[in-house]
Design a protein around this ligand. Structure first.
Ligand code: MRU
Length: 346
């Protein structure tokens, strides 16, 4: 990959600033957990797996800076840091998964020297990042099989290298098919209001020489009906036990259109995106973001001042619209309730 989304270097967290893409490729250094939390909230880093990695690295930075005389004080402050991270964004479960993983590591060494615990947290955060890259490649390997030679694949939002530690989930599937020598073309929905498709997906696919055509969100149905889309692959922020999937706002509309036009609709996500504690997608918390994302474009108003606005950042696609869920352990279809549980147990 010709860019790094997030890395731990010289005891700092370095992230590509996704708010400035594609205009400029800028890498920002973070040295304290509060600014990492702010970067997650402000979408300098975004995408479910990537914010999980960022949270883990933020916690490692925070633990390094804790001043404590006692074990109790250290663990109390660590718990406060985790709470700050947990309040950044509510929908992607990978964030909470990463926080829990870091807490478990610290707890496992509760009686050890504080510097040792700090080192273990740093090592774990780096491991979360490295593992995510491997997981995305496995998702890609499993998913490439469902992409036919010459296929045009539509994707929504950015579930690419930028949304993960690298390689991507939905774009990982496309990358893997491309690397396997298949001629794959991509249609990228622009993804209003934040434009992840236009700004990020188009940028990273063009960088890699994978043919990409940008369309505005309301054009997807037109191209599906004309027979120009063979398959849809999207990412996920949280998948409930019955397979209902939260992903970027607009995904649900794409899924319904896909069913109407008999086009296979796949979700690609790591196991860490499963939340089997939730029976269905109705229980997934949906983030609502600032109205300015809807009323302004690049700082310019595009709507009358004072207009009422709603801005849910995600929607839930019911499992019945999903042809298959592609994970690092294989592709699940049909009875998601049973199959997802079996997959986690594997
Ligand atoms: O608001 P964002 O940009 O964080 O939303 C991202 C998405 O919805 C992605 O599709 C999802 O996180 C999967 S990323 C591999």
């Amino acid at each position: 990959m010709s860019f790094r989304t997030i890395e731990w270097r010289d005891n700092k967290v370095i992230m590509i600033d996704q708010t400035r893409l594609p205009r400029e490729e800028v890498y920002v250094e973070y040295t304290d957990f509060k600014s990492v939390a702010e970067a997650i909230r402000g979408m300098v880093v975004r995408g479910a797996p990537a914010i999980g990695v960022a949270a883990a690295m933020g916690i490692a930075l925070g633990a390094r800076d804790i001043i404590a005389d006692t074990q109790e004080s250290f663990f109390q402050q660590l718990s406060n840091i985790c709470d700050v991270m947990a309040k950044t964004r509510p929908t992607a479960v990978n964030l909470f998964w990463a926080i829990e993983r870091m807490k478990r590591v610290a707890e496992g060494y509760r009686d050890r020297d504080l510097n040792f615990i700090r080192e273990m947290l740093k090592a774990e955060a780096i491991r979360v990042e490295e593992e995510d890259q491997q997981i995305c490649r496995s998702i890609g390997r499993h998913g490439a099989a469902v992409i036919k030679e010459g296929a045009t694949v539509l994707t929504h939002c950015n579930a690419g290298g930028l949304a993960t530690a690298g390689y991507g989930t939905a774009l990982g599937v496309i990358r893997a098919a491309h690397e396997a020598g298949k001629n794959v073309k991509v249609f990228a929905d622009e993804t209003r209001p934040w434009l992840q498709g236009a700004r990020l997906t188009a940028w990273e696919l063009m960088k890699e020489g994978i043919p990409v055509t940008l369309i505005s969100d309301n054009m997807a149905g037109f191209f599906m009906k004309k027979g120009e889309i063979d398959c849809i692959v999207v990412g996920a922020d949280r998948i409930a036990a019955n397979g209902d999937t939260a992903n970027k706002i607009g995904t649900y509309s794409v899924a319904v259109l896909a069913k109407e036009n008999r086009i296979p609709f796949y979700v690609a996500a790591p196991i860490s995106t499963l939340d089997l504690t939730l029976a269905s997608g109705d229980d997934i918390p949906i983030e609502e973001r600032h109205s300015r994302e809807v009323t302004h474009l690049n700082g310019f108003p595009i709507a009358p001042e004072g207009v009422m606005v709603r801005n849910p950042a995600f929607d839930v696609t019911p499992a019945r619209y999903i042809t298959g869920i592609i994970t690092e352990k294989g592709v699940v279809r049909g009875d998601y309730e049973r199959e997802l549980k079996a997959l986690v147990g594997k």
